[in-house]
Design a protein around this ligand. Structure first.
Ligand SMILES: O=C(O)CCC(=O)C(=O)O
Length: 260
């Protein structure tokens, strides 16, 4: 399966593309069932809600031990980390052959899976999660260029009430000044220029099996989950083969898998 010229042009222009009904419902259900077991037993490595909001920029740039430091009983899981090596079902999705020609098209290069970034299942627990502020994923990643794309798989409904992704179209190609970013390099919502740009945002309402591809420099955010049901999404990142992790950086400390 490949993208049409129109879909490819849309990805290149906006920095994201939704592929509805991409993964079969039965496969999604199997991944979800396995995920719920890992969540129930809080199997490490995990990132908790307070890890997510409390950790410094330095920690986020250099961490290689992802185990949560909190009390296991009371913490709320925000992400299951390092999912590639957790379960064959997770690995199979990350090595899915149907999506590979598409990834090759958007990267314009051979596809390499990075296990250093994302490589996680994101959760937003009912009533306990926090919003995610505007940011570019690339800010804590260390590579020779920006040819990295994330693959987001919805494992259930995603909408504004439970925290669907919102994007600022074409922001992956924009240049910003330092003042447009605040603490932890979040894109400031009180900056004049940012306010008008944020008005152009687009939300991606999704159903189980829908996939969103988005560029590593695309500005995005998500609401907290205000519903009674957890929102669960699987996200991994691929890069072009020519794109290299910088020596001795966190990005270089994890294996990469060439997907021919
Ligand atoms: O809150 C969310 O689900 C979005 C998470 C996200 O954008 C990220 O971790 O990079």
């Amino acid at each position: 399966m490949t993208l049409t010229q129109q879909q490819l042009a849309e990805f290149n222009k906006n920095g994201f593309l939704v592929l509805h009904n991409f993964l079969e419902k039965e496969v999604c259900q199997a991944i979800l069932a396995r995920t719920l077991t890992h969540l129930e037993h809080k199997i490490e490595p995990i990132e908790s809600e307070s890890d997510y909001s409390g950790k410094s920029e330095k920690y986020r740039t250099h961490v290689i031990d992802y185990s949560s430091i909190e009390d296991k009983q009371s913490l709320t899981v925000r992400r299951l980390r390092q999912v590639y090596d957790r379960d064959i079902l997770f690995k199979n999705w990350m090595e899915n052959e149907k999506i590979r020609p598409i990834l090759k098209q958007v990267l314009e290069d051979e596809v390499v899976l990075t296990t250093a970034h994302h490589n996680s299942i994101m959760t937003k627990a009912p009533m306990q999660s926090t919003a995610t502020s505007w940011h570019q994923d690339r800010r804590y990643w260390s590579y020779s260029d920006n040819n990295l794309v994330s693959v987001w798989l919805a494992l259930g409904e995603e909408n504004s009430e439970n925290g669907a992704l919102e994007f600022i179209p074409a922001s992956h190609k924009m240049s910003f000044s330092k003042e447009q970013f605040g603490e932890k390099e979040y894109f400031r919502e009180d900056n004049e220029k940012n306010i008008s740009l944020i008005k152009t945002k687009k939300r991606t309402n999704l159903k189980a099996g829908d996939v969103v591809l988005f560029h590593c420099k695309l500005l995005h955010r998500a609401n907290k989950n205000s519903t009674q049901k957890a929102k669960i999404s699987f996200v991994y990142t691929v890069k072009g083969q020519k794109t290299k992790a910088l020596h001795a950086s966190r990005s270089a400390q994890y294996k990469e898998i060439f997907l021919p």
